[in-house]
Design a protein around this ligand. Structure first.
Ligand code: HEC
Ligand code: HEC
Length: 161
């Protein structure tokens, strides 16, 4: 009998502490239970108009790949044969297209040797340079960049890249 009381008290205590735990259960910031399937994010169009009509976006730190300020809709894909970005940004074309030339660091290979042509490691421009979407930040941030729009990259950073 005594053990039975002890046992039911233990069960009661367990229930109690479990419900207390449930009341303090962490709340998901996403607003969905773990078991709820993720909602599909809405697809947003890239902002920015035709190249030549936009302004550079301020860089947040000196070695940041600048973001793409213009639209890249309707450009052909970057593949083995084509690279629409280079039609305007390559060393050969940038002057007549009035576009900024690809960064100096793009003419250096992984071993730090200078190249005449842009390094093949830089061919996939959009792996580092990203077009922009007008979306509010998910959480509040007070982060402030330390670079001015169009600021030249730090010389030291170029050597290191
Ligand atoms: C038709 C010419 C053209 C094409 C094609 C083009 N750009 Fe541009 N790009 C420009 C011009 C001009 C600017 C200067 C901003 C402006 O005038 O819109 C610029 C600005 C940029 C900048 C900002 C540089 C900085 O210092 O902030 C980046 C990064 C960039 N382009 C990357 C790309 C990438 C990546 C592609 C290919 C997906 C591409 N561009 C295709 C003409 C072009
Ligand atoms: C591995 C990452 C990476 C790739 C790939 C890459 N870039 Fe960059 N890019 C950077 C970084 C970092 C900078 C800033 C430092 C510098 O200027 O080198 C930069 C700078 C630039 C600038 C501004 C140059 C200036 O003088 O202000 C342009 C324009 C640019 N890149 C275009 C391109 C294009 C076009 C391609 C594809 C052919 C490309 N980049 C590929 C990382 C990359």
């Amino acid at each position: 009998m005594k053990t039975q009381i002890k046992l039911s008290m233990a069960v009661l205590a367990a229930c109690f502490s479990f419900s207390a735990f449930a009341a303090d259960a962490p709340k998901s910031m996403r607003g969905a239970d773990v078991a709820t399937p993720d909602a599909v994010a809405s697809e947003k169009a890239y902002v920015g108009s035709r190249p030549g009509t936009t302004k550079p976006v301020a860089r947040t730190f000196s070695t940041q790949p600048p973001v793409i300020p213009h639209s890249i809709e309707n450009f052909s894909d970057i593949n083995l044969e084509e690279n629409a970005c280079m039609d305007c940004h390559s060393a050969a074309n940038f002057k007549k297209k009035n576009a900024p030339k690809i960064g100096d660091s793009h003419f250096v290979n992984r071993d730090g040797q200078k190249l005449d042509e842009a390094s093949a490691a830089r061919h996939n421009c959009v792996q580092c340079h990203v077009p922009q979407v007008d979306a509010p930040p998910l959480v509040e941030s007070t982060f402030q960049g330390d670079q001015k729009p169009g600021a030249a990259p730090a010389k030291k950073a170029i050597k290191k890249n």
